[in-house]
Each structure stands twice: as structure tokens, then as C-alpha cells.
Design a binder for this molecule. Structure first.
Ligand code: ADP
Ligand code: MG
Length: 756
């Protein structure tokens, strides 16, 4: 074939049209570039070990191995016809697979003992051994040592032609390469279909133009793009394979960093409202009446923030600190500095319960400094206004009026604040609490509500520590401040795992412990992963688990547990119930009762996850704890022990000793270092989960780059992206890079980001 192709050439013009169509259906690939940017899942190398973690029931796998035993057994079909069932043992150098063909009469001649073959099928487990039932297969080396004539299942004609062509050219034959690429197959497309497609495409591919300048390329020590695309699929050795993969990941990292860099420049295009500290305003008045001294950490962070706010460049700061480290107080003082400059502040909370609570605690902290408009209010007093989705029309209208006239100095609310109908008089600072639930776009929508030509300052607060590479990738545009100590000599919470199935007596003891705490005047949270029996999905973010299987007891539902505890182990105590399906007045009332001490125990779903602050709460019991993510558990337990009393968290689980979920819970119990837990979480969860919805949009377009593993690549790419944007902010001299960024961001965003 003499077809020539570029990376933009449609697959149908290069491949057998039937194969091209199957690849498009299975993978969505349309062009040669799409195909080539999907790298092999692994490379077969002599004696290479199989990755056992991929051997999950139902998973599609490709196994390369030698047939070590072959047995046939005759059986009769329902219609009485005799059939031969062929059972093979295939040894891949590390482990054995059982391969079964129910109609194996002709296949047994193709796969005698000693044959080296590639099998592609769906894994199931039979008596603990992995097993493939009637997989597709391709003979790589027959017993006689013959190669050349391709045998196996599927339509091998095109592959056979290709292999013969390659042999005729006298190079190493297709299946005898030192590293044979093994592609992740999907329904209708085998690993060797993909191998044939990739080799065909590479043979047609004219040299690819490199979008990177030679200077960048040599400074970063990168392989050329053309070479990288070829060597990533057909490397001669491991070094080449790594080098090629590195180049392709760098390209993705660079496109991502160009996007983030452009966003950063876009936000900084307009000045921010400069708000210098005043010593005669509301911030000074609040400082004078603080019930406690700020910790050194709080002072240092506040100083950084104050300096940022005083400038007319928009602040972009992430304030990271353990639950209970005193972020809210810092945010309040920052907001008061902005009020002193005559501007408004908004605080965005991820849930209604939290917004209500922030509103309540800010109002309480301010005292008469928050009673503007009332008789006897202090000088410089302001007003804190709440805006949530569940407010009545009249309440909402009143709030909107206070916001637009500037009567409201501080506005606290939920997503409802992002709506178009909310106009500010003069917005100077946006505070986003628990950032991981909001995306970049939402945050930018709020920031567009400043005065024309002005960009409000931004302070994002999170209790979930964000590993550096993530901070750099997703929040690449934020400076980071950290609060490390807990104020008020507070001690970390002690955590124990309660294996309810293996040690039922421990659970009995746990409920006794709750009674003792209540007797001492303390309160307890009991957290469930779901609301009731119909609640198929967890209420709010609890996650499933995959390593249990078998006779799993039903999950504990909040409604049932509330009933059970009230009439059983905790009978006589005052027990409240809180979950996301209750009307919001009821939720607020229950939360307020618990805070005020009218309830001893609160059975709830994860609606209490973030920011809830009840100083007398000392115990948290988490049911079905294995359903929750590591960081989520860490957040949850931060709800107790906030008032100087020692906190206790009990993780109740039916997981068995030695299981993966038990290991995870043990890790949570063993460390109070949120940072270490965030790392642990990261390796166990899909990145998108951690990064939030809006961010994962661009990130899901990344095929090769891993935010977890490629921190070094990301860091180098970030430097180069900065240099490129510095010299060429509109990317006019880098059309190929501009195109890559456009693919990542979508054309609409690229249009405004790069119009220089
Ligand atoms: P975060 O938002 O970081 O979880 P908060 O700001 O809600 O933490 O603070 C947790 C608790 O600690 C609150 O009750 C707050 O009043 C109290 N607190 C904050 N800073 C100090 C401090 N410097 N000294 C004593 N208590 C403090
Ligand atoms: Mg908080």
C-alpha cells in the first residue's frame, strides 16, 4: 500500500474500512493521530510479570504465554450433539491461566502444548485461578518453530498481509520484536487488530512536524515528536520506550500548562480593588474584641493575605489547613479588611447547612459589629446576609436588594449566588469554602460580578490537603498558604476501627461508650452512607468498594439506624436524624438543636461533612466506614473534638481483616496527617474524583499524563509554558501548540483566552 498519511488523516483512508469502523465504535478514534496517541497497555518482554491487579472479573485482558497442558473432554449439547471441550493451561512466565474453548475440536490442532500464543478475552475466576473462556487467540510461535503463516481467531487476513510485507522487507518480523506492544482491547477489536492498525498507520505516516522549537526540545531533553510516536509503539528497548512516552506526556503537560497560564493571565488582565489595612475600621474593632489570640500560623497567613488585598492585582490564594485549624476566623478578618475599603465580600459554601452555619457563626463573632441598620449598632457595623436556593421569594428579594444596594457587607450563600440575577454593589473579595466542590468556571463566574473593569480578590479555603502536583495542575493559578497547627492546644482525634462482623462485642462497647460521653455532657455524631433502604446510591459522595464480594451484609441506613438506636442500645437518649432529603427548615432546626444541646446524638448522612462546628461533640461513629474515601473520613472526624475536649472516632466496618478496605481504614486510624492520607487517597481513587467536576473536564482529555505520577514532567512543562506565553501570549508563532490547547479547552474558551 502506498497511502500517505498525517496525524489528521481519517482512519478509514489508511486502514481496512471495516477495521477503522470497529476502532471508531470501540474507542472513538477517528484520525491517525487519535490512534497513535493511545499507547500500548504494556509491552511483552521475555519473562515479564503480569500485573495481577488488572485481573478482575469482567476485565478484558490480553495474555501472552506458552501452552503447558491441553485436555479435551467430549460432552453432549442439549440437542445431543457431541462436542469437544478444550481446556488449556497457559503459563505467562509468572502465573498460570486456564483457557477454555467449548467447541475446541479444530482449535486443539492450532494450540498444542508448547505453542506461544496471545489470548484476548474476559477474565473470570474459577476456584481462585484466573480463567478465560473462548478468548480470541493468535499463534505467535508454533511448536515447529514456524512463523510466517498466521493462525488464530478473528479476521487475520489484513494482519497476515502486513506481517508478510514486513518480512519481505527483511527487517525483524512483526511478532519477534524485542518488545511486543500489547494494546488494551475492547469489544470487537482485539489487541492484534490494534497492533496491525498501528503498524499500518505508522508505515503510512509522513514525518510529523514537531510543534516544539528545537530550543525547548533540547533544553528539556526531549525526543522529537515523529520519533516519539514511532518508538512509543515499536521500541527497540526499554530506554527508547520510556524516552518516547516521556515526550508524549510532556506534550500533554505543556498543553495543560499553556491553558492554565493563559487563564491566569486572563484573570489578571484587570486590576483588583486595592484594600489596604486601616487601623480605625471594622477590622481593627473586631481585632480588639477577639475572644482568643490568633495562633502564630494564623497571624502569618493573615499577613500574607492582607498584603495581597492591599495591592491592585487580583489575589489568587489557596488557604489550606486541617479541619479546625481556624481558617474561618482568618477569612473573617480578611473580609473585614475589604469592608474597610468600602467593598463587599461573598462567602460561598458547598451546602445549605454549611452556608446557614457560616452565616450564624459570622454573625455571632461580629456581635454588634454585624448589626448595621439596627439601633445601638457599633460604628463601622456591617450586615451579614444569607442567600440560598431554598429561601422564599420574598426573603430572596429582600436579600438581593441588600446585596445590590451595598447594605449587605458580607453575603454568605450556596450555588444560588452564582446565578445571573445576583448583582453586587461593589464586590471586592470572593471567599470559597471547601474548594474541591466547586470548579474553576463557577469560581470565575462569581469573580465576574465585580465592578466593570475590576476583578475581585479570591481566597479559596480547603481542609483537604492537596498534593503539590495537583495544586500546580488544577489550581496552577493559586498561591498556597498553609495553617499547620491546631489552635487552643487541641489534640488530634484518636481513631479506632470496629470490625463489626468479626468482633460484634466491640460494637456493643461502642454504643456504651456513646452513653458514657452523653452522661458526661458530650454529644455524638453517627454517620451512615445512605438514607434508607430505597436509597440505592449513597447520599453524598460515599464510595463503593470492590474487594469484598460474597455475602456482604446490607448497608446501614440512617433512617433504620435512628429507629434501632432509639429503641435499642441508646434508648432514652435524645436522638436526631439529619439527611439530604429532609426539607431544609427541618435540617436547620435539627442542626440547631444538636448545636444547642437539645439533642445528644445525631444520626446523619454526610451532609455534616464539612465545616460543621459543635464544640461539645466528642465522638463520631461512622457506619460502613469502608464506603467512604480516605480524605472524606479524615474530614468527617474533624467534626469532633473541636472544643478542647479529646475527640474519638470509631470506624465501624464489616470488612475482613487483611482486605484492602481494612488496610485503608487502618491507615486512617493510624495517622492524623491529612497530607499523608490525601496521597493515599490519590493512589486509590480516580483522579477526576479528587479534582472535582469542572476541572476533570480538561483533565479527562489527557490520555497519557497522570497527575499522580508525572509531577516532574508537569513541573518542567510549566516552566516552558511560562516562557512561551511570555514571548507569545496569543500563541501566534506556535500554531500547532495553539491547536493542542484548543482541543483541551474547547474552542470557545481558547478564543477569549488567546485573543492577543
Ligand atoms: P476551620 O474552618 O479551619 O475548620 P474554624 O475557623 O472553624 O476552623 O475554627 C475551629 C474552632 O476553633 C472554632 O470554634 C474557632 O472559634 C476556634 N478558633 C479559631 N482560632 C482560634 C484560636 N487562635 N484560638 C482558639 N480558638 C480558635
Ligand atoms: Mg471551616
Amino acid at each position: 500500500m502506498t497511502t500517505l498519511a498525517t496525524t489528521d488523516t481519517p482512519l478509514v483512508e489508511v486502514l481496512d474500512p471495516g477495521l477503522a469502523e470497529r476502532i471508531t465504535t470501540a474507542f472513538g478514534h477517528r484520525t491517525v493521530g487519535d490512534l497513535l496517541h493511545t499507547l500500548p497497555r504494556r509491552y511483552r518482554q521475555h519473562g515479564q510479570r503480569y500485573d495481577k491487579r488488572q485481573l478482575v472479573d469482567g476485565e478484558r485482558v490480553t495474555v501472552i504465554g506458552t501452552v503447558t497442558t491441553a485436555r479435551t473432554r467430549t460432552y453432549h449439547t442439549k440437542k445431543g450433539q457431541p462436542r469437544e471441550m478444550l481446556t488449556l493451561t497457559v503459563e505467562d512466565g509468572d502465573m498460570e491461566f486456564r483457557v477454555v474453548f467449548f467447541a475446541g475440536r479444530s482449535i486443539k490442532y492450532l494450540l498444542p502444548v508448547g505453542t506461544l500464543a496471545m489470548f484476548d478475552g474476559t477474565v473470570s475466576h474459577f476456584r481462585r485461578a484466573p480463567d478465560l473462556k473462548h478468548p480470541e487467540f493468535l499463534v505467535l510461535r508454533s511448536v515447529s518453530g514456524q512463523s510466517g503463516q498466521l493462525k488464530g481467531s478473528g479476521d487475520l487476513a489484513a494482519l497476515a498481509r502486513l506481517a508478510a510485507e514486513i518480512d519481505a522487507e527483511g527487517g525483524p518480523s512483526l511478532f519477534d520484536r524485542p518488545l511486543l506492544p500489547v494494546y488494551a482491547a475492547k469489544e470487537g477489536v482485539t489487541s492484534w487488530d490494534l497492533l496491525g492498525a498501528v503498524v499500518t498507520a505508522l508505515r503510512a505516516l509522513v514525518p510529523v512536524v514537531d510543534p516544539l522549537d528545537d530550543t525547548v526540545r533540547s533544553a528539556a531533553g526531549l525526543m522529537g515528536l515523529d520519533e516519539a510516536l514511532r518508538k512509543a509503539h515499536l521500541p527497540e528497548n526499554a530506554r527508547e520506550k520510556d524516552h518516547a512516552g516521556h515526550r508524549l506526556r510532556f506534550d500533554e503537560a505543556l498543553a495543560l500548562q499553556l491553558l492554565l497560564g493563559a487563564r491566569r493571565r486572563f484573570v489578571a488582565r484587570d486590576p483588583a480593588p486595592a484594600s489596604p489595612v486601616r487601623d480605625d475600621g471594622i477590622r481593627a474593632a473586631m481585632g480588639a474584641r477577639m475572644p482568643f489570640e490568633l495562633t502564630d500560623g494564623q497571624k502569618a497567613v493573615l499577613e500574607e493575605i492582607s498584603a495581597d488585598l492591599a495591592r491592585d492585582e487580583p489575589m489568587n490564594r489557596l488557604l489550606q489547613g486541617e479541619v479546625g485549624s481556624g481558617k474561618t476566623v482568618v477569612a473573617l478578618l480578611a473580609m473585614l479588611q475589604v469592608l474597610d475599603a468600602g467593598r463587599q465580600c461573598v462567602m460561598l459554601a458547598p451546602t445549605e447547612v454549611l452556608a446557614v452555619q457560616h452565616h450564624r457563626s459570622l454573625t455571632a463573632m461580629l456581635g454588634d459589629l454585624g448589626e448595621r441598620g439596627r439601633l445601638g449598632a457599633a460604628d463601622h457595623a456591617t450586615r451579614v446576609v444569607l442567600l440560598t436556593g431554598s429561601m422564599s421569594t420574598a426573603q430572596r428579594r429582600a436579600a438581593l436588594l441588600d446585596i445590590v444596594t451595598g447594605e449587605a457587607g458580607i453575603v454568605v450563600g450556596t450555588h444560588a449566588l452564582i446565578q445571573d440575577s445576583v448583582d453586587f454593589f461593589d464586590l471586592g473579595l470572593v471567599v470559597v469554602d471547601e474548594q474541591h466542590r466547586f470548579g474553576v468556571r463557577q469560581r470565575d463566574r462569581l469573580r465576574s460580578k465585580g465592578r466593570a473593569g475590576m476583578v475581585p480578590h479570591l481566597l479559596v479555603m480547603t481542609a483537604t490537603p492537596i498534593p503539590r502536583t495537583i495544586a500546580m495542575t488544577v489550581f496552577g493559578d493559586l498561591e498556597v498558604s498553609e495553617l499547620e497547627e491546631l489552635p487552643g492546644g487541641r489534640r488530634p482525634i484518636s481513631t479506632s476501627v470496629v470490625p463489626a462482623r468479626e468482633r460484634p462485642a466491640w460494637l456493643v462497647r461502642a454504643w456504651e461508650r456513646v452513653r458514657e460521653e452523653v452522661a458526661a455532657g458530650h454529644r455524638t455524631y453517627v454517620v451512615c452512607s445512605r438514607i434508607d433502604a430505597d436509597d440505592g446510591k449513597a447520599d453524598d459522595g460515599a464510595k463503593g468498594d470492590d474487594d469484598e464480594g460474597g455475602d456482604r451484609p446490607p448497608l446501614v441506613a440512617a433512617v433504620d439506624l435512628h429507629e434501632y438506636l432509639s429503641t435499642g442500645p441508646l434508648a432514652g437518649l435524645r436522638i436526631g436524624l439529619l439527611h439530604g432529603r429532609l426539607p431544609s427548615e427541618e435540617k436547620d432546626a435539627t442542626m440547631a438543636d444538636f448545636a444547642a444541646g437539645h439533642l445528644d446524638v445525631l444520626v446523619s448522612t454526610t451532609v455534616i461533612e464539612v465545616g460543621v462546628d459543635v464544640p461539645e461533640a466528642t465522638v463520631m461513629v461512622v457506619m460502613d466506614a469502608e464506603r467512604f474515601g480516605v480524605s472524606q473520613l479524615h474530614q468527617l472526624r474533624g467534626r469532633v473534638g473541636r472544643g478542647g475536649l479529646p475527640g474519638l472516632c470509631l470506624l465501624v466496618t464489616n470488612s475482613r481483616a487483611g482486605s484492602r478496605s481494612m488496610e485503608r481504614l487502618d491507615a486512617v486510624a493510624a495517622t492524623s496527617d491529612g497530607f499523608a492520607l490525601a496521597q493515599l487517597d490519590l493512589v486509590q481513587r480516580r483522579e477526576g474524583d479528587i479534582l472535582g467536576d469542572a476541572q476533570s473536564g480538561a483533565l479527562s482529555a489527557l490520555r497519557l499524563l497522570s497527575v499522580v505520577d508525572d509531577g516532574d514532567v508537569i513541573e518542567i512543562a510549566r516552566r516552558h509554558a511560562e516562557e512561551i506565553l511570555e514571548a507569545d501570549p496569543g500563541l501566534h508563532r506556535h500554531p500547532a501548540l495553539a491547536e493542542r490547547v484548543r482541543r483541551l479547552a474547547g474552542s470557545e474558551e481558547s478564543d477569549y483566552l488567546f485573543r492577543y
